[in-house]
Design a protein around this ligand. Structure first.
Ligand SMILES: [Zn+2]
Length: 694
């Protein structure tokens, strides 16, 4: 009887929404502002959607990352994240007070801490519970958990500062059961990683119904749609209800003095028939699939940043529109954009389902598009990691990198790049002072990639990168540059179709980098294994360079020659005489032997175009497969070689040096010295800015 009932429940749960609801939560929680503590109870409804019999459950207790300096997070990070240091004694933790099954069994005593990633016995971010009765294939289990969460001083995405709270990773959250064939799994097992310094998250889709009781003076924002608001006059608290389906997480924020502004994204007004028709044609999909839906945009802004409300809405609109047009409509009814207060920057630049934190400063330099960039990027995570829910622990470039690539496209299209970097010196805008042009994200991404191109493979488990800089560079910028290179290889239209296909095929699912590679070859109709094996799944560095270029005038041949059956010697002297006569003669057509040697200094092999220009204006193009270490081209021409360019279209932004890709017969001093003199100067500021978003 129990089995039958549960099977029916599974059926309705799994088909209720757009996604398979594997893990759904009903949570009631109360914030105690004095103690910075959240007391809650949750009922988890978990569906065993696999053919395996599951005899244990594993849960993340993320907040224990901030419990003490012996946690894996602290050991790895030294108590800092993205430059923010943990200070003071406001540690964070979570305790499971009680865990019961719907059958009535109390399993609290069966809880044990496990450390699947690093054997750190002091880490308490993952628990395992042995079940008295295993969950059979297709069955659903309900678990009631009482918990208490102490919020840390905010520095790493979550926490409080004064009366501001950004509450993420705050409740016991079940891991992902991976059956054989699911992602990289070869046998059924829990995927439930510890909380690491350089790591984000991974979870199944589900429904969240959350009731939050907070001091009444607080302004609230959360994942999903608000369903209720009840004033509890007796203790000056208010209970809010939020509901959201088809998401993987739930986060919320409160602060008394937020300015809360609501605007509608009206799809019909934001897009034109022409845009819809264009994207439908490009994607090869019906126009109906491209049309967007209305979304309520909610901005929670610090009063001192009020002047940036309009800019935040503008960027949110642009992101809703373009991500939607390119990859499929944003399917949720709300998006909440949070601006954390001064001193809580650690909570900025972070993404949760339908809920993102941006981050602005009191006075933004006029040319800077940092605010727009962060807003577009964080919104982009609704598509890359929320809707297409890759494993951020294991393949961070698949969310951060795809998002970097998409963000760049939007920033270039809507804002003409990210404008100027906010660098000031003695009160002067360095950007204006140096007369630097507005820059695109892509050139910054490439510059960052070049800071340490050889430290790691692009794809690693996030805590296994050489250091946090390498994690950042590979996850964000290097993947951005890699996808840009892919776009230049397959062409803009094909790339657009590829990204749309990958997104729509894996929306509400959990693909891997291998799935992306498969879609790329399928959509482009090309075997792209050479590209993916070297640049995605390996760490081959690309560096083509000019070896030697010579143009030698051909002179009168000398030596013994056969002519009409007899032999005759052309002496050195005769030849020189003939040369002199030729040089003086206007009628004589000079002939040059041009030689061009191109070298492959990197270990990556990629087909490349080489363009040779001659002084008479003629041009030769060669396609080199790059297979051997070098190639030599010779030309017999009436003109000397003027210049040689490898990959003149700059298809391979992955080439670690552009400087050795060109040769000109007369060295042109004015070329790029202006830039190179200043490059180091702003590169030093670069990492600070670029690693400040998640
Ligand atoms: Zn991000």
């Amino acid at each position: 009887m129990r089995f039958l009932l549960l099977s029916l429940l599974t059926w309705s749960v799994a088909l209720a929404g757009l996604s398979k609801h594997i893990a759904s939560y009903d949570i009631q929680a109360t914030l105690n502002h004095k103690t910075h503590t959240i007391t809650g109870n949750e009922t988890l409804t978990w569906v065993n959607d696999s053919p395996d019999t599951v005899s244990t459950l594993q849960f993340h207790l993320y907040m224990n990352a901030f419990r003490n300096t012996k946690s894996t997070f602290f050991t790895e990070s030294g108590g800092q994240l993205r430059g923010d240091q943990f200070k003071g004694d406001e540690w964070g933790w979570i305790e499971v007070k009680k865990m019961r099954l719907a059958s009535g069994a109390d399993v609290t005593k069966a809880i044990r801490f496990i450390h699947p990633d690093d054997n750190n016995a002091e880490d308490r971010t993952v628990i395992e519970v042995a079940l008295p009765q295993a969950v059979k294939p297709g069955e659903t289990i309900q678990v009631a958990i009482d918990f208490e969460t102490k919020m840390p001083m905010v520095f790493a995405r979550t926490g409080f500062r004064k009366d501001f709270y950004l509450v993420g990773q705050w409740f016991p959250k079940i891991g992902v059961w991976e059956t054989a064939g699911f992602r990289y799994s070869t046998q059924g097992a829990w995927n439930c990683h510890q909380f690491h310094a350089n790591s984000e998250f991974f979870a199944n889709f589900g429904r969240y119904d959350v009731q939050l009781t907070v001091p009444s003076e607080m302004v609230i924002g959360a994942t999903g749609e608000q369903t209720k608001r009840v004033e509890n006059v007796s203790n000056k608290t208010t209970t809010y209800g939020f509901h959201q389906e088809d998401v993987t997480d739930f986060a919320w924020t409160v602060q008394p003095n937020y300015i809360r502004v609501e605007r509608m994204f009206e799809a019909a007004k934001e897009t034109t028939a022409k845009e819809i028709a264009y994207e439908a044609k490009l994607g090869g999909v019906p126009e109906e699939d491209v049309r967007l839906s209305d979304v309520k945009m909610i901005v929670l802004m610090q009063p001192e940043h009020a002047e940036q409300i309009e800019r935040t809405f503008h960027a949110t609109r642009a992101a809703l529109k373009h991500f939607g047009l390119w990859y499929g409509r944003y399917p949720y009814k709300t998006i909440t954009v949070v601006d954390p207060p001064y001193g809580a920057g650690g909570a900025g630049g972070m993404e949760y389902p339908t809920f993102i934190t941006a981050g602005t400063s009191w006075k933004l330099p006029p040319g800077s598009r940092g605010l727009e960039e962060v807003t577009v990027h964080e919104f982009g995570h609704q598509f890359w990691m929320q809707l297409v829910a890759t494993n951020e622990f294991e393949e961070s470039p698949m969310d951060e990198g795809l998002n970097t690539y998409s963000t760049t496209l939007i920033m270039d299209k809507v804002y003409g790049g990210i404008g100027q970097l906010p660098i000031t010196l003695f009160g002067m805008n360095v950007w204006d002072w140096l007369h630097l042009p507005g820059i695109s994200d892509l050139s910054l991404d490439r510059a960052a990639f070049l800071m340490s191109p050889a430290d790691d493979d692009l794809l690693r488990k996030s805590w296994q990168y050489y250091d946090s800089q390498s994690y950042g560079i590979n996850s964000y910028m290097r993947m951005g540059v890699t996808l840009d290179t892919l776009e230049r290889i397959v062409g803009h239209d094909t790339m657009a179709r590829l990204m749309r296909t990958y997104h729509t095929r894996y929306r509400f699912r959990h693909p891997t980098a291998r799935d992306f590679a498969k879609v790329a070859s399928e959509v482009s109709g090309q075997n792209l294994d050479w590209f993916f094996n070297q640049f995605f799944f390996g760490n081959r560095l690309l560096d083509y360079r000019i070896g030697e270029v010579t143009s030698e005038q051909r002179r009168t041949p000398m030596g013994r020659f056969e002519k009409g059956g007899t032999f005759q010697i052309t002496t050195r002297k005769d030849a020189r005489k003939a040369d002199d006569a030729n040089d003086e003669s206007k009628a004589f057509r000079k002939e040059y032997l041009g030689t061009v040697k191109i070298q492959r200094h990197g270990d990556a092999v990629a087909p490349v175009e080489i363009v040779i220009r001659f002084k008479d204006g003629s041009v030769e193009k060669r396609q080199w497969d790059g297979e051997y270490r070098w190639v030599k081209y010779t030309f017999v021409r009436s003109s000397e070689i003027e210049s040689v360019d490898i990959d003149p279209a700059k298809k391979y932004r992955l080439d670690v040096s552009f400087a050795n890709n060109s040769w000109v017969s007369k060295y042109q001093v004015e070329v790029s010295t202006h830039w190179s003199a200043n490059v180091l100067f702003w590169l030093q500021n670069l990492m600070l800015i670029l690693t400040s978003v998640a």
